[in-house]
Design a protein around this ligand. Structure first.
Ligand code: FAD
Length: 395
C-alpha cells in the first residue's frame, strides 16, 4: 500500500464542525463552489501546473455561475453577498486542494479596492467586467527592490495633461500573465513619503509600453501565474487614478490589507484541516510491522496535536471572520490571524508529510503538494515578520 492510495474515509467530526458564521443561506454557494472545484478545477490541476496558469476560459465559467465577486453589490454585477460568501468559496478551493485559480486576489482584493475607493464611474466601468470574468484582476505592489518596505518602491506616475506616464517594474504578481486590469502602486510625489503614493488602474489591453515578463518558476503553487510586469512610459488616462485624488494609495492599502490577510487565514485553516483529514485516512490504511500506522503511539500523539492545532486555529479564524462581518476586525488582529494560521499550517503539513513516509515526498500525493503550496503563505500578503511588527505596534 502507498502508491495508488486514495482518500475514502469519513472526515473526523472535530475537523468538520460548522463555523458559526456559516449560516444556512450560505449552503447553496458552498455547494456550488464544491461542485465547481470538483468538476472544473481538480481534474485539470496537473495540466494547469504544467502550463503555469489556469485556462483563461475558467474565469468565464466561474463568472457565469456566480463565483466571481460574490460580495460586490449586484448593481455592479456582483453577487450581492458578504465576506462570508467569499470565505466559503476560498475554503472550498482549499479543501479541493487547488492552488491555481487566483480568485482570492481577483474577487477578494482587486474588486474591493475598486468598490472601496473607485468613483461611481470607475465602479461601473470595471466591476461588472471583473464579475463576469471578462477582465482578470491583479494588484502590483512588489518590485524587485522593494517588498516589505512598500515606501521604497520606485515606480513613478508623472502627470502629463489628462494622462499619467507610468514607469517601473513589478515582480511576483499573482494573475500576472492573464490580468487585463492591474492596480499599480506608484509614486505620484516621491518627496512626500507615504503621502506621495497613489493607485493607478491599468487596463493592459493595447496599453503601449506595457510588457509581461516570464511566468516565474515557483517551489509550489505551480498552476498559478506569478509574473513580472514592466511599464515603460505607459500612458494611463488620469481618469484611472483610483478614487480620483493623488496621494491616497498608502491609506487605501492599509485599509484593505486586513481583508487580504483574513483571506490567507481562511484558506490556511481549510488547507490545514484537509491535511489532517487526508493523513488520518492514510494512517488508517497503511500498515507497518503488522499493524496500521495509527496504532503507533507516535502517530496518535502527532495527529492529536495536529487536530488540536486545527481546532484552536479554526476558532480564532472563525472569530476573525465574524468580527470582519460586523466591521470590527482591526489590523493587528488580522495580522495575528495571518501569521498564526500560516505558521500552524506549515508546521502541521510538515508533520503530516512525515507520517506519509516516502509517499509524502511524491508530488502525485496531495499531501506533498499541500506542503510545497503552504510555504509561501508565511511570505506573501506581508511576511509573518511584518505581521509581528504590526501586532507589536498595537501593544
Ligand atoms: C507566490 C507569490 C505571489 C505573490 N503575489 C503578489 C501580488 O499579487 N502582488 C504583489 O504586489 N506582491 C506579491 N507577492 C510579493 C510578496 O508580497 C512579497 O514577496 C513579500 O511582501 C515580501 O517582500 P520581499 O519578497 O521583497 O521580501 P523582503 O521585503 O526583502 O524581506 C526579506 C526578509 O526580510 C524580512 N524583513 C523585511 N523587513 C523586515 C522588518 N522590518 N522586520 C523584520 N524582518 C523584516 C522579511 O520578513 C523577510 O523574511 C507575491 C509573492 C509570491 C512569492
Amino acid at each position: 500500500m502507498g502508491r495508488g492510495w486514495r482518500s475514502h474515509g469519513e472526515a473526523p467530526a472535530v475537523l468538520t464542525r460548522r463555523s458559526p458564521w456559516l449560516t444556512e443561506d450560505l449552503d447553496p454557494i458552498r455547494d456550488l463552489a464544491r461542485t465547481f472545484f470538483a468538476k472544473e478545477v481538480a481534474p485539470h490541476q496537473e495540466r494547469f501546473a504544467a502550463q503555469q496558469h489556469v485556462d483563461r476560459e475558467l474565469w468565464h465559467k466561474a463568472g457565469e455561475v456566480g463565483l466571481l465577486c460574490p460580495s460586490i453589490p449586484e448593481t455592479y454585477g456582483g453577487g450581492g453577498g458578504t465576506f462570508a460568501h467569499e470565505a466559503v468559496i476560498y475554503q472550498e478551493q482549499a479543501r479541493a486542494g487547488d492552488s491555481s485559480f487566483g480568485i482570492g486576489v481577483h474577487s477578494g482584493i482587486v474588486a474591493h479596492y475598486l468598490l472601496g475607493y473607485g468613483t461611481e464611474e470607475q465602479k461601473r466601468r470595471w466591476l461588472p467586467r471583473l464579475a463576469s470574468g471578462e477582465l482578470v484582476g491583479a494588484i502590483a505592489m512588489t518590485e524587485p527592490g522593494a517588498g516589505s518596505d512598500l515606501q521604497g518602491i520606485t515606480t513613478r506616475a508623472v502627470r502629463d495633461g489628462e494622462e499619467y506616464v507610468l514607469t517601473g517594474a513589478k515582480t511576483f504578481i499573482t494573475n500576472g500573465s492573464q490580468a487585463g486590469l492591474v492596480i499599480v502602486v506608484a509614486k505620484t510625489d516621491p518627496a512626500a513619503g507615504a503621502r506621495g503614493v497613489s493607485l493607478l488602474v491599468v487596463e493592459t489591453d493595447g496599453a503601449e509600453g506595457f510588457r509581461r515578463g516570464r511566468v516565474l518558476h515557483k517551489v509550489g503553487l505551480h498552476g498559478q501565474d506569478t509574473a513580472e510586469l514592466f511599464f515603460d512610459d505607459v500612458r494611463v488616462p488620469a481618469a484611472n487614478l483610483l478614487g480620483g485624488q493623488e496621494g491616497q494609495g498608502f491609506v487605501q492599502l492599509m485599509q484593505q490589507l486586513p481583508q487580504e490577510r483574513l483571506i490567507i487565514a481562511v484558506s490556511s485553516i481549510a488547507a490545514l484541516e484537509r491535511a489532517v483529514e487526508v493523513t488520518v485516512d492514510y494512517v488508517k490504511q497503511r500498515k507497518a510491522f503488522g499493524r496500521e500506522l495509527l496504532g503507533f503511539q507516535n502517530t496518535r500523539f502527532v495527529l492529536a496535536e495536529c487536530a488540536t492545532e486545527a481546532a484552536v486555529t479554526r476558532s480564532f479564524v472563525d472569530d476573525c471572520v465574524q468580527r470582519h462581518l460586523t466591521g470590527e476586525l482591526d489590523a493587528a488582529t488580522a495580522a495575528m490571524a495571518k501569521w498564526w494560521s500560516t505558521d500552524r499550517l506549515c508546521r502541521v503539513v510538515d508533520e503530516c508529510v512525515q507520517l506519509f513516509g516516502g509517499y509524502g515526498y511524491m508530488t502525485e500525493y496531495p499531501i506533498a503538494r499541500a506542503w510545497t503550496d503552504a510555504r509561501v503563505q508565511r511570505i506573501y500578503g506581508g511576511t509573518n515578520e511584518i505581521m509581528k511588527e504590526l501586532i507589536a505596534r498595537s501593544l
